[in-house]
Design a protein around this ligand. Sequence first.
Ligand SMILES: Cc1cc2nc3c(=O)[nH]c(=O)nc-3n(C[C@H](O)[C@H](O)[C@H](O)COP(=O)(O)OP(=O)(O)OC[C@H]3O[C@@H](n4cnc5c(N)ncnc54)[C@H](O)[C@@H]3O)c2cc1C
Length: 477
Amino acid sequence: MIETDILIIGAGVVGASIARELSRYELQILIVEKEVDVAFGTSKANSGILHSGIHDLPGSLKAQLCVRGNTLYPKIVEELNVSYKNNGQIIVARSPEELPILKKLVQQGRTNGITGFSELSKEELLQLEPNLSTNLAGGVFVESAGIVIPFDLVFALTENAIANGVQLAIQTKVLNIVYDKKQFLVTTNRGIFKTKKIINAAGLNGAKIAALIGDDSITIHPRKGEEYILDRKLEGLVKRTIFPLPSENSKGILIIPTTEGNIMLGPTAQEVNDSTDLTTTAAGWQEIFPEVKSLMPSLKATDLITSFAGLRASGNTDDFIIAHSPVSRQFINVVGIDSPGLTAAPAIAEYVIELLQETGLQLKEKKVFNPYRRLIRMQTLTREEQEILMKKDPAYSRIVCRCEQISEGEIRAAIRRGATTLDGVKLRTRSGMGRCQGGFCTQKIITLLCEELNILPWEVTKNGPGSEVLTRSLRNK
Ligand SMILES: Cc1cc2nc3c(=O)[nH]c(=O)nc-3n(C[C@H](O)[C@H](O)[C@H](O)COP(=O)(O)OP(=O)(O)OC[C@H]3O[C@@H](n4cnc5c(N)ncnc54)[C@H](O)[C@@H]3O)c2cc1C
């Protein structure tokens, strides 16, 4: 039986950020994740924006941790080699009547401690973003907002935490927890773990996990967001993330440039009962497209290449719920982490460490902590560096994904870093994310997964058991 000081339930951006932060100290830490890979929950399906904090209610944990998280990111992405851009955000007013509401939003941002605003006249707005509609009345530019690849961030945080001694158990679902006032016995489908403290970072399942120790203080209601991705040929059409004024339950439907050059449109915000409903719908697209088209008339539906949906795990307090459980102070709930949870994650980690210290946890810094994750991305190397690499390992000279120009060497490296499924490879390398959406490279990636993992083609899955990609009839031929 594995015994740990701290057991973290959930390897999304929140669990992974906490694990990495705790890996600086002399502690036994285990993350348990029910899925086949990390980042397979909400943390892989969001807008990837590092928000400024202008939208959050002053005094809320969301406001405090979003603003703090935003300032922590530049160092983290540098250390972990994660694609990031400080591209800023523009919130636009569609009409002169909306301008006073925009001013109130700026005031809210100032109260939240944000600096670096510029109010933009219609002309200044069009100078910065010439493809926006000439019908807009003006806007506000907020410098501090940025964009990041959310799943790459989680892979990097986890890899770095593991490099610093954290243990990760994937395909390990927490089923029951017993607390005997000294320690927790956590029953999973892969055995029982003993731990002194638990961090509940289980996203959509956060309320169910809390209920396992008799904590019924939390409810989670999933709010679906559909997002639509446009072809990379539109790179540069918009540089900053474009927001309309917020609606009652969301920051609005946005035009989001990604660090890799695609443009993303969305998200919707729809309350759903089913916490597994990740469908995208005609209704979702019909809600999004006219909205964004009115902000940027040159957008065309024919540039759409794919879509996805994510589920915000909204809690019952309208704020993040980050606190000792009323049942046991050794059990910390980190739930209700809807937007801006991605942005806030590094600050959430700091906050959770303070809560752990309040329970008497002694933090002794490790003599050696390695803050870095290094990764080879062929496209970011100079021609000379590419030549050296290809000579050393010819797999880097064989292109597997033509759309995104991803080499066999990068795919093999991703599998050696932990990818075991087609989605795991795709999210780590971008292979299959281009215009053809894997039409050309999927079969080659299946072969590479088989070679690297020593498995058979019909054992390869899209994202875990039950999503095998080859059928029995093929297998029998
Ligand atoms: C459409 C959309 C757009 C968004 N855009 C942004 C944005 O631009 N910027 C921003 O800051 N935020 C954004 N967010 C919010 C952000 O994505 C979330 O706040 C964040 O991903 C939450 O991370 P998490 O680690 O709490 O949850 P998750 O990523 O869901 O991680 C929880 C993990 O717990 C695991 N788990 C659950 N139950 C168990 C169990 N019983 N045993 C073991 N493991 C378990 C799950 O498998 C999962 O991997 C957006 C959200 C959505 C849906």
